[in-house]
Structures are given as structure tokens and as C-alpha cells.
Write a protein that binds this ligand. Sequence first.
Ligand code: CTP
Ligand code: CA
Length: 222
Amino acid sequence: AAVVTGGGRLAGRRVVITAGPTREPIDPVRYITNHSSGKMGYALAEAARAAGATVTLISGPVSLAAPAGVQVVPVETAEEMLLATSEEVDKGADLFVATAAVADYRPASRAGQKMKKSHESLSLELVRNPDTLATIAAREDAPFTVGFAAETTDVEHYATDKMKRKKLGMIVANDVSAPGIGFNSDDNAVTVFWPGGRQAIGPASKREIATSLIGLIAERMA
Ligand code: CTP
Ligand code: CA
């Protein structure tokens, strides 16, 4: 099917998007994070705005400028991301897209002072972080919810399993084992799954992928 984009496909819709990595503090000067650049989420925010939506971007620490006409809510940790996203969805949302690379675990405690290298080895206890995507999708007033899945093996199996487990309207699967696409790159290639269908998009720039994705999402929402 042809993917129609822009031209007010999301006019009057409220869209919430998470983007970037999270940053989980170990002590006042150190943290755990990942290589997410935020580019895919920021490109999606721009594309949703271009399609006429009111867009809020809940963003972990990235070095990208706020897209024109998009409200950016900066957060650092996974817990802050869940809180900020929940508050935004409380105001009413039609679409939630989770592109953020959320740290699955955080240090069990945060040292109040900078840790000294007093031993030959160090173990860090980590505890599970809350899942923003699953939490929003489980709400009684859940918006149409789209997840991302970055996988290195059995992409289709893991992605469709995540879609079912988290009760998503759609999942965008990313094979991050392929060179030159995905995490920190300008380009991407994805396969989108929804209950009963699928479509491959790219390889193309994240900007082009975002425009196609917004068109596909608008079609599924309609
Ligand atoms: N996600 C989230 N909050 C988390 C973890 C993940 O909102 N604490 C979202 C991501 O933004 C993404 C989707 O869930 O849209 C899938 O993330 P992924 O890391 O692939 O899945 P996990 O459920 O964390 O499973 P695993 O890392 O074990 O594959
Ligand atoms: Ca994860």
C-alpha cells in the first residue's frame, strides 16, 4: 500500500515520543548509559509535527537541537522518563512512540560522594528499571502505542513477541547487527510489524524513515 505522509495526517492529534539514552548515576560524577544518539526519536518528532500533530518529546541527554514547534521535556534517568511520560499522557494523548534506549538496570544505590579506587575489584549491584512503554500501553486510557525493538538475532521473533507482551499497536524492529545502520548512525532500515501485517522501510536516512513511519502509523490509527 502507498504510504501517504504530511498533509495533516495527524492534524489535531497529541503525540508523545521518548528519545535518546537514559543516564543512571553511580556517584556524583559517574553514570551508566548507552550509545543512543536520539536521532530516530527527534526525526519522528519532526515528522509528526509536519503531519500536523502537537508533539511532546521526552528526551534523555542528547546533543540535538529541539525540533521547531516541538516541546522538549529533558530527563536523565529511566525513572524520570516514566514520570515525565505518564504526566504528559495524563493530559491526554492519541499516540505514544517509545524510541528511547532506556537503561534496563540502574545502580541499586547512588554513592553520595565520589567513589575512591580503594580495592582491586569492584562489583556494582544493579536493579531493574521501570518500563515506560509497557506501563503506558497497559493504561486503561492508553493511546495508540508504538514500540521500537533493537535486536541482533531473531529480529522478527523477538520483535513480535515484544509487541504481544507489551500489548502494542505496532513495533518497529531494527537489526542493529547490520553495519552502518541503527543506533548511532544517520541511516536506518526497519521492519514494522502490527497485528496481522508487516512492512519493510529503508535502508534510508532516519528522516525519510520517520516520514514513512508517521504515514504508516496514521494509517493504522485511522
Ligand atoms: N522501553 C521502555 N522502558 C524500558 C525499556 C524499554 O520504554 N525500561 C521501550 C523502548 O523505548 C522500546 C521498547 O521498550 O520502544 C523495547 O525496548 P527493548 O530494549 O528492545 O526491550 P526490552 O523490553 O527492554 O527487552 P530486552 O532489552 O531484554 O530485549
Ligand atoms: Ca532493553
